[in-house]
Design a protein around this ligand. Structure first.
Ligand code: GLP
Length: 260
């Protein structure tokens, strides 16, 4: 794991945006794995800024989002379809055929999950998978106890996750109980995984992911088995790392250093 610790949230977000932009510069038709959640909002805003400044184009990329709530149609305002539409796809006028999310309103969610996994494979696999992390260590919606060999499938959400995500829903709206999520095995197949975590609320999960045992108790710890992971943190999210000094020596201020 390459662990980059940036001085604050804005710097961490900028570093994450730069990684995505660099991947698109190297390969304009890259397949991106995209994530939702509050952490990603400034990332998409940063990508929009870079696009408008002519520094990067998303026109030729293909994307697959990590997950979607079961039961929500793409038009539902709290669906992840709507989240992506509002923050990235519509402002950039991206071709709908290039942007994929699981259909939460599919009549057979189990079949939809299998179809989605196959579609990722058919597209050639994911070049860069963007990830956030839940406070309980989930990635996508792979809750604690998820099989570390899981494909895309339907998962039951924990109460903690439903409570954490309730802020995106109205006071009278229930957070869905199920989601379709890329599995841990699906995520591990990506060629590069970039996980962004900011803020003190993520410190414990980040420490368990990077330095804890490989365990389904913390599904993100499966990333220890990924051959190419970049973890981008602000100092608050890095606060629980025992080997922090080492990471800061290897990558001072979260910067890459040359090897000679
Ligand atoms: C959701 C998403 C995850 C995301 C996590 C953290 O449950 N399924 O992909 O990483 O929440 O979200 P936030 O960035 O809002 O803390």
């Amino acid at each position: 794991m390459k662990i980059l610790i940036l001085p604050d949230r804005d710097a961490a977000v900028a570093s994450c945006v730069a990684l995505i932009a660099d991947a698109l510069t190297d390969k304009p038709d890259a397949v991106l794995g995209l994530a939702t959640g509050g952490t990603m909002e400034p990332v998409y805003a940063g990508l929009l800024d870079r696009t408008r400044a002519g520094q990067v184009s998303l026109d030729r990329m293909t994307s697959f989002n990590l997950d979607e709530y079961v039961g929500l149609s793409p038009e539902h305002p709290q669906s992840y379809h709507a989240f992506m539409q509002e923050r990235l796809f519509a402002p950039l006028k991206l071709e709908p055929a290039r942007t994929h999310l699981p259909r939460g309103d599919a009549p057979d969610p189990v079949a939809e999950a299998a179809r989605y996994d196959a579609a990722i494979t058919h597209a050639g696999g994911i070049d860069l998978q963007l990830l956030g992390i839940g406070r309980n260590g989930h990635i996508g919606f792979n809750e604690p106890s998820s099989s570390l060999a899981s494909p895309t499938r339907v998962k039951t959400l924990t109460r903690a996750t439903r409570e954490a995500n309730a802020r995106f829903f109205g006071p009278d709206e229930a957070v869905p109980r199920f989601a379709i999520t890329m599995g841990i095995a699906t995520i591990l197949r990506s060629r590069h995984a970039v996980l962004l975590a900011t803020g003190a609320a993520k410190a414990e999960a980040v420490a368990a992911m990077a330095e804890g045992p490989l365990s389904a108790r913390c599904p993100a710890s499966a990333l220890q088995m990924h051959p190419k992971v970049t973890v981008v943190l602000d100092t608050e999210a890095a606060a629980g790392l025992e080997l922090r000094q080492y990471y800061e020596t290897v990558h001072p201020q979260g910067q890459e250093v040359t090897l000679v």
